[in-house]
Write a protein that binds this ligand. Structure first.
Ligand SMILES: Nc1ncnc2c1ncn2[C@@H]1O[C@H](COP(=O)(O)OP(=O)(O)OP(=O)(O)O)[C@@H](O)[C@H]1O
Length: 242
């Protein structure tokens, strides 16, 4: 069970544009994230990290190859099916939090459940449980502009995990936070993966990779290296090998 593949990119390529302006953002990438595992994705600017994450989250479709989430081929679903998958199985955490300013913390977290037809009271209960898991249940009735950046990112993580979603995708989630607050956010991601979710963390910083079980390096849309758990520490000490 703990070894189950939650995310599988099978020979995935993504080409943006056509002809002279064609950009190969990803080239035949194979990638897996298993239950209980946090995988860091690193690489220079433009290497395809965000493209990998948006494909994994069903926000974009591959030019060729297939993306499976919990065994379901996202391209076989159609737009409505993919949207449903995003609300029920996939949590996304962005650098700039992306909370809805007019909604309280609890309402932001409950929203994906309510969009999925869950009754309001049940959705709020799940939202409060998710807020408790990230340590800010007491801020449930605050609006985003009444919270610090770190608190807002905790709300975003609660929204990503609410209802026990199994795949958490995080794109530079600590980019707008100070070092200490950023480490706390990574710790939350780590503990969610320890509890059975699969996590993918896009980061520029080698020391963030210390929270991951594996590091996958991209360059020009190709996986150029993979580092196992025992090598992650060496990587952090020596810096970026790619
Ligand atoms: N919608 C798009 N249209 C055209 N080209 C795109 C599009 N999205 C990404 N690209 C190109 O695809 C390549 C990979 O981009 P991507 O954003 O995935 O890289 P990245 O590794 O996440 O970069 P960064 O670290 O700067 O965020 C880049 O050359 C980028 O310019």
């Amino acid at each position: 069970m703990s070894e189950a593949t939650v995310l599988h990119l099978d020979q995935v390529s993504r080409i943006h544009g056509e002809g002279a302006t064609e950009v190969h953002a990803l080239r035949s990438v194979g990638f897996r994230a298993r239950a209980g595992e946090l995988v860091a994705v690193m690489g220079p600017s433009g290497s395809g990290k965000s493209t990998l994450l948006t494909l994994a989250g069903g926000l974009d479709s591959p030019t060729s190859g297939a993306v499976y989430v919990e065994g379901t081929d996202l391209s076989g679903l159609g737009n409505a099916g993919r949207a449903r998958m995003r609300r029920t199985s996939i949590g996304y955490v962005f650098q700039d939090f992306n909370l809805i300013p007019a909604l309280t913390a609890a309402e932001n977290v409950a929203l994906p459940r309510e969009l999925d037809g869950e009754r309001s009271a049940a959705a709020r209960r799940l939202a409060r449980a998710a807020l408790a898991e990230v340590g800010i249940e007491d801020l449930a009735d605050r609006f985003p502009d009444e919270m610090s950046g770190g608190q807002q990112q905790r709300v975003a993580i609660a929204r990503a995990i609410v209802g026990d979603r199994r795949l958490i995708l995080a794109d530079e989630p600590t980019g707008a936070l100070d070092t200490t607050t950023g480490e706390e956010i990574l710790k939350l991601l780590r503990s969610r993966c320890d509890a059975g979710a699969a996590g993918v963390l896009v980061t520029h910083e080698a020391r963030h990779a210390a929270w991951a079980d594996r590091v996958v390096f991209l360059r020009d849309g190709v996986v150029v290296d993979e580092t196992g758990a025992d090598e992650v520490e060496t990587l952090v000490e020596s810096g970026h090998p790619a």
